[in-house]
Design a protein around this ligand. Structure first.
Ligand code: PA5
Length: 452
């Protein structure tokens, strides 16, 4: 079960302020749940954990089973919402050093990622490291035309499968894309490649619980039914009538909304487990791309703790008072380690001898939260029993719902990303893509004025 604990925000938010948000929250819930909010055509993720077709789960499991049996490596080619969710879950649950484990011990293909930037050095090294291995590709793009994954797909196909016959090539590739539109759909149909559909009513950053995330997660050896079950349970809890009190998603959305309106400008997501780093990246995109528009929104940042206390701790404690912190807190660890005794005690650690490391981590978390609160940084805590598939499924659904509610309360469309197009248009113009000639002239003129 997922809880939001907000007692460490009490000196910044009074109870009447939370109560006064009930009307706005209720209106936002109604707009979202009746699909009447801005961007309502992209609310397919709301019921998905309930309605996910059994045949589709089976088809994902079957395809994942084939890839697990026949390949050493799966390269997921995608960017933004088309890769962050899968990477978040896989890294949160995998062995920290899975890349170094012998294949037999890992028991499933290594899942690697490409197409999320345009670095030739990265792609060169990736190709280098998979040389001689049996490699499958899962190319994921809803539009099917995004430049970064399109380049990576072309390069990987040309390098890894240059001599493969058409039928052979089709075996090595799975494409996840729109049902009807886009270049990838055309390519898949022409080449007879296995495809999975990204539903029309689900946008990229809300798509982790569709084949976009579920196929790579299943290939990495995880039981996707448990992930969906966690999301289903959280959906049920978060849809309970408001008369029964705020759900966890409601509490989180309301707290961050009040803090934002009080002038806090940035939210820092923190976790004391390093494997959650990509989960934080997924969260940053979810909230950043959903909320950051019309001159509004919180700046989304993340820290790995306690690691970043030794780099950003000072800034958080005493820098500009514009941050609040949201901590993901797991009540248990997978593997406990006891701190050994040493009578010489040269490191002066003997007072911790025989104590579990998780106890020390927990006290670090408590101590840090109290220090930050006293330094003027409100602290919201999201508590989960463990780092399991069910907990992560719940956490994904919780954040998606809280994000949509926050956006609606703040008067922005949670599901579009008009600003992302700006860099794409400039890049196309500078690269000389047909149709962008006039823009190219304009950009060249202004960059030469800049001295470029
Ligand atoms: O959330 C989004 O919609 C974006 O982050 C997209 O997922 C990202 O831009 C990739 O787009 P596409 O899947 O069309 O390649």
């Amino acid at each position: 079960m997922l809880y939001v604990k907000d007692h460490l925000t009490n000196q910044f938010i009074s109870s009447h302020e939370r109560e006064q948000m009930t009307c706005q929250l209720s209106a936002a819930r109604d707009l979202l749940d009746s699909r009447a909010c801005p961007g309502s055509e992209y609310t397919g993720w709301l019921d998905l954990p309930m309605t996910f077709p059994e045949e589709l789960i089976e088809r994902i499991e079957e395809t994942a089973g084939r890839i697990r049996r026949d390949y050493d490596v799966l390269i997921v080619v995608g960017i933004g919402g088309s890769y962050l969710g899968a990477r978040a879950v896989i890294e949160a649950l995998s062995h920290h050093f899975s890349m170094l484990l012998p294949a037999g011990e890992r028991g499933c293909p290594l899942v690697l990622f490409a197409g999320h930037q345009i670095s030739s050095d990265y792609l060169h090294d990736l190709i280098d490291v998979v040389k001689g291995k049996r490699v499958a590709l899962n190319v994921i793009s809803k539009s099917g035309t995004t430049t970064e994954p399109a380049i990576a797909f072309r390069v990987l196909r040309d390098t890894l499968f240059r001599d493969a016959e058409r039928e052979e090539l089709a075996k090595h590739i799975v494409i996840t894309t729109d049902e009807k539109r886009g270049a990838l759909r055309r390519y898949a149909d022409e080449m007879g490649i296995t495809t999975f559909v990204i539903p029309d009513d689900i946008g990229g950053r809300y798509s982790v619980l569709t084949p976009v995330g579920l196929l790579p997660i299943a290939v990495a050896g995880f039981e996707i039914r448990e992930l969906l079950e966690g999301a289903r349970a959280e959906r049920e809890r978060s849809m309970a009538p408001l008369s029964e009190g705020f759900s966890a998603a409601d509490r989180y959305a309301v707290n961050r909304m009040i803090l934002m309106r009080k002038g806090f400008q940035a939210e820092i997501l923190a976790c004391y487990e390093p494997s959650m780093r990509y989960f934080a990246e997924w969260w940053k995109q979810l909230f950043g791309e959903s909320e950051g528009k019309d001159g509004k929104g919180l700046i989304t940042m993340s820290v790995d703790l306690t690691t970043d206390l030794h780099s950003l701790g000072q800034l958080i404690q005493e820098g500009p008072r514009v941050f609040f912190e949201t901590v993901i807190d797991f009540a248990s660890v997978k593997h406990e380690i006891m701190i050994p005794g040493d009578p010489a005690d040269l490191d002066q650690l003997e007072y911790l001898a025989g104590k579990p490391m998780s106890f020390v981590n927990r006290q670090a978390s408590r101590g840090t939260a109290l220090a930050h609160v006293s330094g003027g940084v409100p602290n919201i805590r999201i508590e989960l029993p463990d780092r399991s598939l069910k907990s992560l499924g719940a956490l994904i659904y919780f954040f998606e719902r809280a994000c949509a509610l926050s956006c609606i309360m703040n008067g922005v469309n949670p599901f579009d990303q008009p600003g992302v197009e700006a860099y794409k248009r400039n890049m196309f113009a500078l690269l000389g893509k047909a149709g962008f000639e006039e823009m190219r002239e304009e950009l060249l003129r202004s960059s030469s004025e800049d001295g470029e």
